[in-house]
Every structure is written in C-alpha cells, then in structure tokens.
Write a protein that binds this ligand. Sequence first.
Ligand code: ADP
Ligand code: MG
Length: 348
Amino acid sequence: MLEDKNQERTSLSKLGEFGLINHLTEHFKLYNSSTQKGVGDDAAVISQTGKETLITTDLLIEGVHFDLSYMPLKHLGYKAVMVNLSDVYAMNGVAEQITVSIAISNRFPLEAVEELYAGIKLACDTYKVDLIGGDTTSSTKGMLISVTAIGSAKKEDVVYRNGAKETDLIVVSGDLGGAYLGLQILEREKQVFQVNPQNQPDLDNYTYLIERQLKPEARKDVPELLKELEVKPTAMIDISDGLSSEIMHICKQSKLGCKIYEDKLPLDPQVISTSEEFNMDSTMIALSGGEDYELLFTVPISEFDKIKGNPNFSVIGHMTEANQGMKLVTRANQEMELKAQGWNSFDE
Ligand code: ADP
Ligand code: MG
C-alpha cells in the first residue's frame, strides 16, 4: 500500500558481504566517548568507568512483529532502535551504543536495505547513540532484525521493577493506546487496498495514531526530566505490552498491589474518537494496547508536588498492600480486577 513500486533494484550479491557492511555503516558518526572502537574489527570496544552497564536486546521477525505492506523500511529501522533504547531509559540510564544484526532474503534489493539503515541512522543521530557492530546474513524467507542497546547509569541511579513501596504514586509519561489504534487503522486500510488497489486512503483523522505505530519515540527525555526535578523513581518499566501487564510486573516484583483510576488515564482525542468508531472501549485500549513505549514509574507520595503540574506526566493511581490485589477504579467508582490482556508473542 505504501510501497513504491518503481524503485531501482540493485542485487545484494553485487556488493558482496563486506562491501555491503561497509556501504551500510560508513556514514554513521560516533557520539560517545565510551566508544573506543566501533564497526570494523572482530569486536567493538567500549569503556565505562565507575558506572553500571545496561544491556538489552530485541528480535523482530517479518510477519510476526512487522508487516512490510504498511511498514516502510525506514520506519522499521527507526522503530527497531527505539524499542531497545526505550528499555535502557526504563532503567533510568543513558543509551550509548547499539549493534544491529540482520538476516535478509534475496527478495530484498540493496535499495531496501539502504532504507532500513537510513532509519537506523536517523535514530542514532537523533538519540546520539553509536552503531558499533552487528552481523549480516541471508535468510531463506523474509527479514529478521536484532538490535542490542548498551547504556550506562550510576549505580545509585539505576531503577528496577522491584523497588515500589506501598502508597507510592503510579505515574505514566505521554498518552496511551495510540499505537494500538494506529495498527488497527493500518490493518483496515490494508484490507481495503487488497480489495481495491485504486482506493486512496484518507488518513487525516488518524495521523497521530499512525505516527505512534510507525514512528514511536523512546522517552529519553523522561530520565533527564526526573533528574532535573530531583525525583528518583522507586520502580520503572517501559510500556511495550500495555499498561495492565506492565504494572503487574511492578506489582509482582515489588510484592504489592495497585489501584489505577480510569478517569486519570491519559488519552489523546484521536484515541477517544477512533475507539468510538471501532466500537471499542478506550479504557480497554489504554490498558491493553501495546507499543506506546511510554515509561511507567512509581514515586514516593512526598514527590507529588514535583510531578503534578508537569504536562509530560499523569498520576494514574497508587500502590497498595499486596492483599488488596490489582484494581481498576472505574468512573462509576467501582473496583474491577485489572487483567493483563497485553500483547503476547505466543498468543494465537
Ligand atoms: P566477523 O566475521 O568477525 O563476524 P563480520 O564480517 O560479520 O565479522 O563483520 C565485520 C564488522 O562489521 C564487525 O565490526 C561487525 O560488528 C560489523 N557488522 C557486520 N554486520 C553489520 C551490520 N548489519 N550492521 C552493523 N555492523 C555490522
Ligand atoms: Mg559476522
């Protein structure tokens, strides 16, 4: 649907493996002094002194995690980096390096891989992270991308999932549910396109949602902002699988319960109007729609004044004793069990 059918097609075999790696990586800049040696030797060398090293990795598989009929390759490259940086920021760290490994079938020409790397480079330049290595290989079918991000944080700054305390406030950055609805819109347009390829979709009412799905931004600014406000979260996690399932991780690991207030959930107007259009409950979507890549964290109640007026943050609830369970308090002031219906890669 979004694919340009008149692209040039240069066969990957023309460059050879080393030619390809060099072609793809030669224009990347190095931003971090911790990067001693990037691409080009048997291993990269990084040096961090007096800090903890944070490492996280994600594997994305065509047909499972992305669909190239509506995901432009440049966006895919960008997003593959974002999902990893988001995990580093969720530890309250600074992301400094990435490695990128790809497996590609001969269905893809050089121009396609260039697009992918254009997205990866944009992410590196925007977030000031260094591409320091990877691996390149062929696949019999489709495309696989694995990104590893490396970051650092002072020992005393690292925030785990298990540090929340009873009565801590639960805070979320940004707004919720947009990425999930963006995916629903793109899936719908794909179906329409398959029936009638002449149809030009009118996506004006969904621009924010589609952007949330195709071009998510990791919340690098949140750890920075918290530092400025002199607030250290007691626990933090990024929202890749939906709010419910992420808050459950914090509850389980911190051995506590929680109360989330329906009327406090931050929703963009497009999330509200599009939920109505799809006959879906916007609260359900905010709780269970994944891929928003916002940060969810807990802070002591004494920090309320520092958080409350900030347009980046919404206080959506508080932690409780474990025996109170995990509850959603509805607008009608009824308590319901929070269910984790977040995205799960083993679901059918
Ligand atoms: P080796 O044979 O030692 O595995 P490679 O030929 O695979 O080395 O890689 C050569 C260099 O290029 C290494 O620094 C490696 O990290 C880097 N590299 C390989 N593939 C990629 C890629 N897809 N993206 C970024 N760097 C890569
Ligand atoms: Mg290799």
